[in-house]
Design a protein. Structure first.
Lengths: 723, 75
């Protein structure tokens, strides 16, 4: 369909829907509204143009016409937003592609693929830098109202704030965009076109109805029509569509003018009646689809010939919008689609789930699992949706699109999620990335704790037990076998039981390769290599590290699984190439800082420290050990990691009672803030750390100082001259 | 958190123009009445999310929202 995936099969970066990047095709029937086009002047100092007006006011048509003129003057990028863009990674993958299409000079590193890791906060400053090296650029975001999430809007607000003055952003939205418009307005950096501006005048209506649509109406018929619709573009156009099949136009106009029925209520019947029966059926039944193609409509309507019907319809009906030049893909205008769905529900309510089910099947057959999931959920086919989500979620979430997975799960009845181990696993998979880390007992659904703990976010003991329980219902045939084996193995590894760990990691590799769970397989191979290192088996260590690297590279997961680089670095060191080892390990650690649990990070750092000590770089080793200690301190049960850490210390610090307690740098920083008015949450904001992290630092400070309250901790710290 | 009512309440929403009963499915559960050029939707709304969902439906159809009010609790 009008979408391509970056790589075949399972992929981490979001599939790009290329038609979202196409501006609306020029269509003869539309009117160029000069009085509005003249107002749209992206002069210097103008940061934002907002076209805000209700559905069907002609926003897209206006901007489409404007773009045709602008494109001759400067690069113009276009992006039509969809609800999927509430996930910032999806939004920016498309936005970067749109910008790169418009200005080929943007560097390779600003490609949609670079967002695999979901690091938009790193990408945006780079984008701003590059934009300031280009001349004027216009970027049009249509249907901005579809972006309702704070996360995606925040990225746009940031861009507006920081973009160079040569960058002009244009938003079309049905509602007030949730952006700081007041400040821009005050600085004269905002141009607004609103509902009243967009109302059709009688002259514009006459041009549309008579010159473009050739309806041959008298001026006396046009004026009441404009009055009745209040110049609302969709109303005027619906009236025009209705009129095409009407003999007695004067009578129609009188009836239309004389009823209190809403414009859309009155006109939707008329419009449908003005079309041939087969086109009417096509419009109604295909309204369940976001995008339409001949093949898809044939499947959903169980008929032949949809392709020709769509082409026919698109010639006579502006509400069917072509998405490409080949008459392959179309979509209905959103307002019109909603009207059609109301009619469909009215006329054939029992058919709706069946239509969605057929749409689901078509999308499965044609390799579009995400659209298939949408239709399965709409059809109430929760078992089918579960099946698809359980094979898709880890790749989707692993590519940084946790919000997409969360939205799917949110559309299930909650009790179905609670009862489904597969969906619980998906939900658990989201936990480490969300703000609500499962390290507070009773903070999350009791039913979820079991599986969440399976991800061992800081709690080795309960994570291992959860994995043992999970293994009971995820036997060798389960699609989650790889995940469960990996959980068991990691539990064993962090408990210091390397033989058990190696056994389960080996099975995780096997199951992971079989089920194409590349993240798991790569991680398991990396851990096996590290175990061989511990066991002084250099040949095995090198073989496994090579295998991990090859697999991670081939399946494009090397930028999210830091342990692979750590293992590769360790094997280079073993192979007598310490100079090459260091940067590779450092890269692995930096990935773990972003994506790893505190346990993963601590483990990586301890591996690095072990290597650094072996090559005599004690200072660097000490700082790795200190960072590991900080990570360990956030864990409720860090397993054997503290022992491994102590073993790496040059000399064990004396623990005399009267000695000054040893606090980490971070803890000192927190302690200094505790000696102030801020709450823990506010301290977190100051130090750019989560509330949970601050809380565990605080607990650790109390423990080290022997304090039982904040006041006592501050007092003791003064006594020890720490602050 | 001050994020608005969590409890259900009775709401009345009015839009301009008279809408046929078939639009009721977009506002499932609400009563639809047509009087003097407006449509009044009344009924129990379970939470703020549902209320905002109804307002979104109104927006999607390009309807003009005239008023939203919470009615007095009966009990």
């Amino acid at each position: 369909m009008a979408s391509r995936t970056a790589r075949a099969g399972q992929t981490a970066s979001p599939p790009l829907v290329v038609t979202k990047l196409d501006p609306p095709a020029a269509r003869e029937q539309t009117v160029a509204r000069e009085r509005l086009l003249e107002r749209l002047q992206p002069g210097p100092g103008l940061k934002l143009i907002v076209v805000a007006a209700p559905a069907g006011s002609g926003k897209t048509t206006l901007l489409g016409k404007w773009r045709e003129g602008e494109a001759g003057v400067r690069p113009v990028a276009w992006l039509t937003l969809e609800k999927e863009d509430n996930d910032p990674v999806v939004l920016w993958a498309h936005a970067l592609e749109a910008l790169r299409n418009a200005c080929p000079g943007l560097s390779e590193t600003l490609s949609p693929e670079s967002l695999d890791e979901g690091r938009i906060d790193l990408m945006l400053p780079q984008l701003v830098n590059e934009l300031s090296e280009h001349g004027d650029i216009v970027f049009i975001l249509d249907d901005f109202d579809r972006v309702s999430s704070g996360a995606s809007r925040d990225t746009i607000a940031w861009l507006i704030e920081h973009a160079p003055s040569t960058f002009h952003l244009v938003l079309a939205s049905r509602n007030e965009p949730g952006l700081p418009l007041g400040a821009l307005r005050a600085r004269g950096e905002l141009l607004e076109v609103r509902a009243d501006d967009l109302r059709f005048t009688a002259d514009e209506a006459e041009e549309l109805l008579n010159e473009r649509l050739e309806l041959g109406l008298a001026r006396a018929d046009i004026e009441p029509l404009v009055e009745r619709t209040e110049g609302w573009a969709a109303g005027v156009y619906l009236a025009a569509l209705s009129l095409e099949g009407v003999e007695d136009r004067g009578g129609f106009a009188r009836e239309f003018g004389g009823t209190n029925r809403h414009v859309i209520d009155f006109l939707v019947d008329e419009v449908l009646d003005a079309h041939r029966p087969e086109l009417r059926t096509l419009m109604l039944r295909s309204s369940v689809l976001e995008r339409l193609s001949g093949s898809l409509c044939d499947a959903v309507l169980e008929q032949d010939g949809s392709r020709e019907q769509l082409a026919d319809l698109s010639r006579s009906n502006l509400f069917l919008i072509p998405l490409d030049d080949q008459n392959e893909w179309f979509r209905f205008h959103r307002l019109f689609a909603q009207l059609l769905r109301v009619e469909l529900e009215h006329r054939e309510p029992e058919l709706v789930p069946a239509l969605h089910r057929r749409a689901y099947a078509w999308h499965v057959d044609h390799g579009f699992p995400e659209q298939a999931i949408d239709h399965a959920l709409e059809a109430g086919a929760f078992a089918e949706a579960t099946e698809l989500i359980s094979t898709a979620w880890d790749q989707v979430a692993g590519g940084g699109r946790q919000a997409t997975v969360a939205a799917w799960l949110g559309r299930f009845p909650p009790e179905l999620v609670r009862e489904s181990p597969r969906l619980l696993l998906a939900q658990a998979g989201l936990a480490p990335s969300s703000d609500s880390r499962p390290d507070e007992p009773g903070s999350s659904d009791a039913g979820l704790d079991t599986l969440r703990a399976g991800f061992q976010w800081g709690d080795v003991g309960s994570g291992y037990e959860a994995a043992l329980r999970a293994a009971e219902f995820q036997g060798p045939g389960s699609p989650f076998r790889a995940a469960v084996c990996w959980s068991l193995a990691l539990g064993g590894y962090n408990r210091g039981d390397l033989a058990t760990a190696d056994h389960w990691f080996a099975e995780a590799v096997e199951a992971g390769e079989r089920d194409e769970r590349w993240l798991i397989a790569a991680s398991a191979l990396a851990h096996r290599s590290l175990i061989a290192w511990e066991n002084s088996q250099p040949a095995e260590q090198t073989r496994l590290a090579e295998q991990a690297r090859g697999l991670a590279h081939n399946h494009d997961v090397d930028r999210v699984k830091g342990e692979v680089d750590v293992a590769v670095g360790a094997s280079l060191a073993t192979g007598g190439r310490p100079d090459e080892a260091l940067p590779v390990m450092a890269r692995g650690i930096s990935v773990l800082r972003k994506f790893g649990s505190p346990l993963d990070l601590a483990n990586g750092l301890l591996c690095e420290a072990r290597f650094l000590r072996a090559v005599g770089r004690d200072d660097a080793a000490a700082s790795a050990i200190e960072e590991a200690e900080q990570a360990i301190e956030t864990c409720r049960d860090p397993g054997v990691l503290p022992e491994r850490l102590e073993a790496l210390r040059p000399t064990r610090p004396s623990r005399r009672r009267d000695a000054t307690p040893e606090l980490t740098e971070r803890e000192r920083a927190v302690l200094r803030m505790l000696n102030g008015p801020l709450s823990e949450r506010e301290i977190g904001r100051e130090l750019f750390l989560s509330h949970n992290t601050i809380h565990s630092h605080t607990k650790s400070i109390y423990r080290k100082l022997g304090a039982s309250s904040r006041r006592e901790a501050v007092k003791l710290a003064r006594t020890h001259a720490i602050i | 958190m001050g994020s608005g009512a969590v409890k259900s309440a009775t709401y009345r929403l009015a839009v301009r123009g008279e809408l046929d009963e078939r639009f009721a499915y977009l506002f499932n559960g609400l009563d639809m009445e047509r009087t003097r050029g407006r449509t009044v939707l009344t009924g129990q709304v379970i939470d703020q999310a549902q209320l905002h969902g109804f307002i979104e439906r109104i927006e999607e159809l390009g309807l003009e929202l005239i008023s939203v009010e919470q009615l007095e609790e009966e009990s």
